[in-house]
Design a protein around this ligand. Structure first.
Ligand SMILES: *Cc1c(COP(=O)(O)O)cnc(C)c1O
Length: 427
């Protein structure tokens, strides 16, 4: 980990060219890499030497960008994946197999909820979903002898709840299991979960890290702090020999700092192959170079819009952790003192129809399922992502019919507020 500040890491970490080499990260658009002898290559297959042989496992462009994100998060190792979904799947499946159990915050991204509650359940991994605001006793009661990890999102998409990372880390560590935190919405610019006790961080780099809606990607970062060997009976995949790699024991050979990501690459990426294209890693890196400049502006715009909406007579409620009226204001002050993210949700008086009419009248904010890029966009979940649900089911899921999710971009906040004002006038 470098000692530079976040701004410098965003711009320069991960790649240092030698004399006469390209200043920008080269896109190594090659599936394979050349060796002089079979013995040379054999050492790579045995993980005896490090080097590249096939881009499904590792590629220099992707590794340079992963190294930058590891540095930004303050971790020891990282890998890119082809999507945020792949990152969360790998992060959990790397330590929880059939017959194991995982505790997750109930307030998480819908795609992750589906991955955990439907697809991974079919694979034999059981999840218990807990209210992120539960008491210590309720959290404690969720643990079982076969619990292997605890999972949550720093800022949940789309509910915008904020995870009490220290509370979840303490509970996980008392049971000798790691806390995995999806830090997508906060980004390491606004929160570094390792500083609060998280052990593994995941990202959908599709969102703010890319920031321009140009590539779908993910990332897993290891803090290097979790002592797998101290709980060897819980993590046989890391602490006993891997016969598919000539009997290597990852936690012994690569230590706390490298075992998790090496196993994830050598086994899961080898077998599932959700690898990103080098071209996409390059595009992601362009986004990372300005992340520290963009995040404060996203937050400034969202704060101004949330304050405007809260005073507007046609708006029934506003959810943004930067508002003192938010139940998450205190947690946000602790974990996200520099700002949370650019996403605001609110209710339009008149319910579903009024929300639809308001959105149709917007000129700058486009209707998209995406969030977290330079262009402001909005979504009415009740008529799109959650349209199969009844009014009762919507309310139970925390997505009432009047909810509009607004992802504040990097345009002028005055223009955005003027656009919202004219659209509200039309309903
Ligand atoms: C979007 C998102 C994901 C999924 O990422 P993809 O890149 O779309 O696969 C996971 N977690 C959070 C918090 C997200 O916002």
């Amino acid at each position: 980990m470098s000692d530079y500040r976040m701004e410098t890491k965003c711009v320069q970490s991960g790649y240092t060219p030698g004399n006469g080499e390209p200043r920008q990260i080269p896109i190594i658009q090659s599936t394979t890499f050349k060796y002089a002898t079979s013995e040379d290559m054999g050492k790579l297959f045995d993980l005896e030497a490090s080097g590249y042989f096939y881009s499904r496992l590792q590629n220099p462009t992707c590794d340079a960008v992963a190294a930058k994100i590891a540095d930004m998060e303050g971790g020891t190792a990282a890998m890119l994946t082809s999507s945020g979904q792949a990152a969360n799947f790998y992060a959990v499946f790397n330590i929880a197999n059939a017959g194991d159990h995982v505790i997750s915050s109930a307030s998480i991204y819908g795609g992750t909820f589906n991955l955990f509650s439907v697809t991974m359940k079919k694979m034999g991994v059981e999840f218990t979903f807990v209210d992120p605001n539960c008491s210590d006793e309720e959290l404690e009661a969720a643990f079982r002898p076969n619990t292997r990890a605890v999972f949550g999102e720093t800022i949940a998409n789309p509910a915008l709840t904020i995870l009490d990372i220290e509370k979840f880390a303490k509970a996980a560590h008392a049971h000798q299991v790691p806390l995995i935190v999806d830090n997508t919405f906060a980004t390491p610019v606004n929160c570094r979960p390792f500083e609060w006790g998280a052990d593994i961080v995941t990202h959908s780099t599709t969102k703010y890290m890319d920031g321009h809606g140009a590539q779908v990607g993910g990332c897993i970062v290891d803090s290097g702090k979790f002592d797998w060997m101290a709980a060897a009976d819980k993590f046989p995949g890391l602490c006993t020999p891997d016969m598919s790699y000539h009997g290597i024991t990852y936690a012994e050979k690569f230590g706390k700092e490298g075992a998790f990501i090496t196993k994830c690459t050598a086994q899961l990426m080898r077998d599932f192959g959700s690898t990103p294209a080098p071209q996409n890693a390059f595009i992601l890196n362009l986004g990372l170079e300005s992340l520290h400049v963009r995040m404060p502006r996203h937050c400034e715009n969202a704060q101004a819009i949330a304050e405007y909406l809260e005073k507007h007579p046609k708006i029934s409620w506003v959810n943004y952790s930067g508002l003192p009226s938010s139940p998450y204001y205190k947690l946000a002050q602790k974990y996200l003192p520099g700002g949370s993210c650019g996403v605001v949700s609110f209710g339009v008086k008149g319910g579903r129809d009024a929300a639809g009419a308001f959105m149709a009248a917007l000129r700058l904010a486009a209707i998209e399922t995406h969030v977290a890029d330079a262009r402001t966009c909005c979504l009415h979940p009740a008529s799109s992502t959650h349209r199969q649900m009844s009014e009762e089911e919507l309310a139970a899921a925390g997505v009432p019919g009047d909810l509009v999710r607004l992802s504040c971009g990097l345009e002028s906040k005055d223009d955005l507020i003027a656009d919202i004002a004219q659209a509200l006038e039309k309903i």
